[in-house]
Design a protein around this ligand. Structure first.
Ligand SMILES: Nc1ncnc2c1ncn2[C@@H]1O[C@H](COP(=O)(O)OP(=O)(O)O)[C@@H](O)[C@H]1O
Ligand SMILES: [Mg+2]
Length: 317
């Protein structure tokens, strides 16, 4: 496990680009032509009403549901994520809402479950415990003891353990599905702090949330899904929660948002991969507007990560 920040100081690179993703469940079109991307050290909030397709989109990334259409680039290479093991091997970790912790096991055992450190023929409990403390300190996590069963921890602490566990393999992308949904104010603040630590460490973070305050507090960019399609991509710095809610609910159903539904996500394709987020979409003369006043619609960069010389092209690292 890396305890350093190997990516610090370097320009942020695109980690992940999904294009034209489609997914059907029988007659239900859960996702239609969805575009999505995340950079290193970026927190992207994925928002939308119930049934909008958020969980399905992250399950495509997690290797739970193979997509029917579209492409996924990871570190500049086209990849197929056919299983959860594929996702993990690429460096995509997902923390589902149920957390999937083993309540009867302590914090150390939960962190290292399935990836235990071995010293000869026995588990290296000392090393695992030390590394657990190092990681929790790095996350500024408030866990009183790492030798108590996780059943005895608060909701926020359990979320912390689940997040810490996801970092053992030093993933490129960490996905959190509604991490604060069951938490009170103080515990929510703790988890939001943790998300900021993830960004500092250079992970790309995908945050599914219903809570606009959380989104505005911690995200850099917000991707709105509505009825399985893109319905806007916004920089948090220049959008209001009212605008986001209008995009989520389709309240401001005007000509612009109808066109967005026809041409998903207001996501145009620029010629320059390095267009900074938040650049005016009208540079192409297309005069797309966000669903309602305020907020700058961000366009989809054309290419993913800059490929580094010597990188393999078969999707495996
Ligand atoms: N395994 C499944 N089988 C059938 N339909 C599904 C399945 N998973 C999701 N859906 C449907 O796909 C749509 C999107 O669901 P979901 O991705 O869970 O939305 P969200 O997470 O935004 O609430 C919904 O209509 C949902 O009923
Ligand atoms: Mg969901």
């Amino acid at each position: 496990m890396s305890m350093t920040h190997p990516r610090a100081g370097r320009p942020r690179e695109r980690v992940l680009t999904m294009r034209g993703i489609g997914k059907r469940f029988g007659a239900v079109r859960a996702l239609t032509d969805v575009d999505f991307w995340v950079d290193e050290g970026e927190v992207v909030a994925l928002v939308g009403d119930n049934g909008a397709g958020k969980s399905t989109l992250v399950k495509v990334l997690a290797g739970v549901h193979p997509p029917d259409a579209g492409t996924i680039e990871f570190d500049g290479d086209l990849v197929q994520i056919g299983s959860p093991a594929d996702a993990q091997e690429l460096g995509i970790e997902t923390i589902f809402q149920d957390l999937a912790l083993c309540d009867n096991l302590d914090v150390v055992a939960n962190l290292w479950l399935g990836r235990e450190l071995i010293d000869g023929a026995t588990l290296d409990e000392v090393d695992m415990e030390q590394r657990t403390w190092t990681l929790l300190r790095e996350l500024s996590a408030k866990i009183p003891s790492v030798r108590v069963p996780v059943a005895s921890l608060s909701g926020g602490q359990r979320q912390t353990v689940a997040i810490a566990r996801s970092l053992i393999g030093d993933p490129r992308v960490v996905i959190l599905d509604e991490p604060t949904a069951a938490l009170g104010v103080a515990q929510t603040a703790e988890v939001l702090n943790l998300i900021e630590r993830l960004r500092e460490r250079g992970h790309g973070v995908i945050l599914i949330s219903h809570n606009m305050a959380d989104v505005m507090a911690v995200a850099d960019r917000v991707v709105v899904l509505r009825l399985g399609r893109n319905n806007g991509v916004y920089n948090v710095a220049d959008v209001t929660s009212e605008t986001l809610i209008a995009a989520i609910t389709g309240a401001a159903d005007n000509a612009a948002s109808r066109r967005a539904a026809e041409r998903p996500g207001l996501v145009a394709t620029p010629s320059d991969a390095d267009v900074p987020a938040g650049v005016d979409d009208d540079a192409d003369g297309d005069h797309e507007a966000p669903p309602t006043g305020g907020g700058t619609v961000i366009r989809m960069p054309q290419t993913g990560a800059r490929r580094k010389p010597g990188d393999r092209t078969d999707g495996r690292r």
